[in-house]
Design a protein around this ligand. Structure first.
Ligand code: FES
Length: 99
């Protein structure tokens, strides 16, 4: 399971977090990844950037994500995390089953 937390703090909100959330939801649905990704919001982590939104993927923090850079973020970060999960055999398993 891949955990994605999108910052919805005021700075990230103004820099596009609602649109980035929509883009994530669209990609998750389009690619049929509902069982592999948990998408949630997060409060400000103090990593506000001059450009873009802060997103945490499996506890790794990425700053400056914009709608324009979304495709690259999706491919290099989200899909990579899913592939990493699949290599470990975690797909479709709950946290308790992974032990
Ligand atoms: S508002 Fe998003 S990191 Fe601060």
């Amino acid at each position: 399971m891949v955990f994605i937390e999108v910052c919805v703090g005021s700075s990230c909100h103004l820099k596009g977090s609602p649109r980035v959330v929509e883009m994530l939801q669209e990609k998750i649905e389009k690619d049929g990844l509902e069982d592999e990704i948990i998408l949630t919001g997060a409060f400000c982590s103090g990593r506000c950037n001059r450009i873009g939104v802060t997103i945490t993927v499996n506890e790794e923090v990425y700053t400056g994500i914009t709608p324009e850079g979304f495709a690259e973020f999706w491919d290099k970060t989200v899909l990579a995390a899913i592939n990493n999960d699949q290599e470990k055999g975690y797909v479709g398993m709950s946290d308790t089953e992974k032990v």
